[in-house]
Every structure is written in structure tokens, then in C-alpha cells.
Design a protein around this ligand. Structure first.
Ligand SMILES: NC(=O)c1ccc[n+]([C@@H]2O[C@H](COP(=O)([O-])OP(=O)(O)OC[C@H]3O[C@@H](n4cnc5c(N)ncnc54)[C@H](O)[C@@H]3O)[C@@H](O)[C@H]2O)c1
Ligand SMILES: [Zn+2]
Length: 387
């Protein structure tokens, strides 16, 4: 047998930087991303809500670039795309960004800078990954969720065939810049929704971080800036370390620890036609899987209570009527379908993350529908104060 074999390794390296007012004339954070380079071409994709609520932004970006001719030789005026999940559902919006790259002649060496919520970043990141087989990409996340979780990772994607993230790639960004000032315009609901991923990662990896969240829940709910910045920073650190150090940055295995609470969350998002936000669904999913952990004897009940109360203090509701079937007396059979879909999405054996104590995850390959039913009924009782 003739055989040719080759092996190669590619090193990835990117920074997540924290700043305020990234395009203020004297802020060097953005410029420094290109240190040592000249003739840099940049194009910008901006979330429509961010563009609307920060009317000075486009002008600031242009001035910033124009005043640094020693670095930038080409500036393509921004393309503004609708923010929110809708952009990932509509293939024409992906087309619009690809067209922008083509018409503005942004080549492989150019940088596509995306400014927006997780949905816009996912779409722009995907466009950047597939155009010319990949041009450079910088993310500037503008929601709590994207600053602490989705924007700092290595994935992108859009929804296709009605399925979330059906198309997508693993493509580490050139850099990520978290600018706290963007959060000033974020609606309360979005700010709250962004915090469940921090609770999740704390529960899996860092008990101290969880206790800090528990202690500061009301400050976080009120969006006190110092507390919110710490939550975002600590969550981003745990997230980025997980990607770099868990040995599976491109998720080749069937286990995905950071998907704790997500099997039901993804399904619930779908069952509510996305009327609840990802982060809100994740809070319910975490509550469900914590109760499940307790009912199967692996998590202490007092710890479970602390987790549920903390989520509530952060502003989350832990019940949604779509958790119930039509009889309103037992779990929605469609919710249970979420287990199969979750397995299908990851491939291989069903692997669900539970926790055995605050700060420590444990995997199971078998979820009992009757116990899930009990958990759902508990959440219902809790919501109607029957406890
Ligand atoms: N790539 C990943 O690893 C990863 C991980 C988790 C989630 N995600 C994806 O992230 C998306 C959710 O992201 P999200 O929670 O940021 O929500 P989002 O992108 O849907 O944004 C929520 C809303 O806030 C608006 N908005 C954005 N920034 C704003 C600001 N500063 N002020 C006012 N309004 C603003 C948006 O226009 C939108 O209407 C989902 O599509 C999810 O699948 C991706
Ligand atoms: Zn999530």
C-alpha cells in the first residue's frame, strides 16, 4: 500500500482585551492590535441596535482610522445588519456581509471587525471564516452574554434548516475587545440574561466565583458597574482557559462540559419560538439539571437551593409554561426530545453534565424521564409558591 502522510500543528493565540470607549481618539487598544503592521485594511459589521443607540460610533470609528494613516491604508464604511437572532435565521443577511467583503475588496489579509451582540458576532465571524477561506476577524461584543461567553470563544455560525448553528466553523479571532461602555444602552432583560452563563461556568469550575455571585446578586441585578465588570472578566477567564486548556478546543469529543444546563435550554428556546432568550433558557436549564442532580443523590439539597435562589436573585424566572405538556400536569414530551437532539448535535453517546457539588461537574449518559418530570413539577411549584 502506498501511503503519504503528513502532520502539522497550527498554534492559535489571541487576546481578550478590556477597555472603555475603544474608539475614543486617544485609546490605543484597537490600534495596538496591528502593531508592527502597516497598510492594514479594515471593514466593520455593526449590530443595528448598537448603531442606533450609539449614533456617534460610526463617526468615531472613521476619525479613529483616518487619524492613523501610518497603520491603516483602507477603511470600508461599516455595514449595519439587524441585531438579534433573526440575523442568524435569514440567509440574505449572511449574503449581505459576504457581498460587503467582496465589494469592498477586503482580501485575506484584511480585518473584518464585528461590533454587536452574540448573534451578529456569530454571523460576521462565519462570513469572515468562509470568505476567501478566512480573513482576519476582530470581535467587539456589546452584550453581557457576548462579553463573558460567546464573543470570547472560537466558534461562529448561523442557523440553517431551522436548526440552530447548523452552519458554522471553529475559527479563533485575531482578538476580542470588551468595552464596558457599550453595556450602558443594553436593556435590563438582556443584562440579566447574560449572567446565567457565568453562574454555569462557576458551578462547573470555580466555587469561589459562585459564592461571590451569590453574595453580589442584588448588585449584579442592579447593574452596578464594578460588580458587572468583575462578573464578565472572571467568566471570560474561565471560558478562555477552558477552551485553551481542556484539550478539545474544537469540540471533537462527544462531551461538552460547558453545555451544562443546555440540553433543555436549547429545546425550550425552540418551543417558545425564541420568545425567551438563550440566557433565560439556560437559567431554567441549570435549575432543572441541579434539581436532577439532587434527586439522583449526587448533589446536596442545600447546595441546590442556594443555586436556585441565586439565579432568582439575579432576576431569572425558573419556570416557563412550555416545560409542561398539554395536560399541564407533567413534563412536555417535546422537551424530552431535547435529549435526543442534544446527542445528535454532539454526535456519539448521550453525555449530560450534572454537578456533584458547587464548582464540580460530573457526566452522566442516562437521563430518567420520570425524574425530569419531577424536577419540572418542582420548578412549577416553586414558581407558584407552593413550597
Ligand atoms: N459562538 C459561540 O460560542 C456562542 C456561545 C453562546 C451563544 N452564542 C450565540 O449568541 C447569540 C446570543 O447573543 P446575545 O445574548 O448577545 O444576544 P443578541 O445578539 O441576540 O442581542 C440581543 C439584542 O440586544 C441588541 N444589542 C446588542 N448590543 C446592544 C447594546 N450595547 N445596547 C442595546 N442593545 C444591544 C441586539 O441588537 C439584539 O436585539 C445566540 O445566537 C447564541 O447562539 C454563541
Ligand atoms: Zn449557552
Amino acid at each position: 500500500v502506498k501511503e503519504i502522510r503528513q502532520t502539522f500543528t497550527i498554534q492559535f493565540d489571541y487576546k481578550v482585551l478590556f477597555t472603555e470607549s475603544v474608539f475614543a481618539p486617544n485609546n490605543k487598544v484597537f490600534e495596538n492590535l496591528f502593531s508592527g503592521q502597516e497598510n492594514v485594511s479594515v471593514g466593520f459589521v455593526i449590530d443595528s441596535e448598537v448603531d442606533k443607540l450609539h449614533p456617534e460610533l460610526e463617526g468615531q470609528i472613521k476619525n479613529y482610522i483616518d487619524s492613523r494613516p501610518h497603520v491603516f491604508s483602507k477603511y470600508a464604511s461599516p455595514v449595519v445588519i439587524p441585531g438579534g437572532e433573526h440575523c442568524k435565521n435569514d440567509p440574505w443577511i449572511l449574503e449581505l456581509v459576504l457581498e460587503y467583503i467582496e465589494q469592498e475588496k477586503l482580501d485575506k489579509h484584511a480585518y473584518l471587525i464585528a461590533i454587536g451582540g452574540g448573534a451578529v458576532l456569530d454571523l460576521a465571524g462565519y462570513a469572515a471564516a468562509i470568505a476567501h477561506r478566512g480573513l482576519n476577524h476582530v470581535r467587539i461584543p456589546t452584550t453581557v452574554l457576548s462579553q463573558n461567553d460567546s464573543g470570547v470563544g472560537v466558534k461562529n455560525g448561523v442557523n440553517y434548516f431551522g436548526k440552530k448553528n447548523f452552519l458554522g466553523t471553529f475559527a479563533p479571532p485575531h482578538a476580542v475587545i470588551n468595552d464596558i461602555r457599550f453595556l450602558d444602552t443594553l436593556p435590563n432583560r438582556e443584562s440579566i440574561a447574560g449572567m446565567s452563563e457565568a453562574v454555569k461556568v462557576a458551578l462547573l469550575k470555580d466555587p469561589k466565583f459562585f459564592y461571590w455571585i451569590e453574595e453580589n446578586a442584588s448588585k449584579l441585578y442592579q447593574r452596578e458597574e464594578k460588580a458587572l465588570s468583575k462578573l464578565i472578566y472572571d467568566c471570560a477567564v474561565l471560558h478562555v482557559n477552558h477552551i485553551g486548556k481542556n484539550g478539545d478546543p474544537f469540540e471533537k469529543g462527544s462531551s461538552r462540559p460547558l453545555d451544562f444546563g443546555h440540553w433543555s435550554a436549547h429545546k425550550l428556546e425552540q418551543l417558545t419560538h425564541f420568545s425567551i432568550k438563550h440566557g433565560e433558557a439556560v437559567a431554567i436549564g441549570l435549575a432543572l439539571d441541579c434539581l436532577y442532580s439532587t434527586k439522583t443523590g449526587i448533589l446536596d439539597k442545600t447546595e441546590c437551593d442556594r443555586i436556585l435562589s441565586t439565579l432568582e436573585s439575579l432576576g431569572f424566572e425558573l419556570f416557563h409554561e412550555q416545560l409542561l405538556g398539554q395536560d399541564a400536569a407533567s413534563v412536555n414530551p417535546n422537551l424530552l426530545e431535547g435529549l435526543n437532539e442534544f446527542q445528535e448535535h454532539l454526535g456519539g453517546q448521550l453525555t449530560i453534565m450534572l454537578i456533584n457539588k458547587i464548582g464540580s461537574g460530573i457526566e452522566t449518559h442516562d437521563m430518567n424521564p420520570e425524574i425530569i418530570n419531577e424536577c419540572v413539577m418542582d420548578l412549577k411549584s416553586r414558581a407558584t409558591n407552593e413550597f
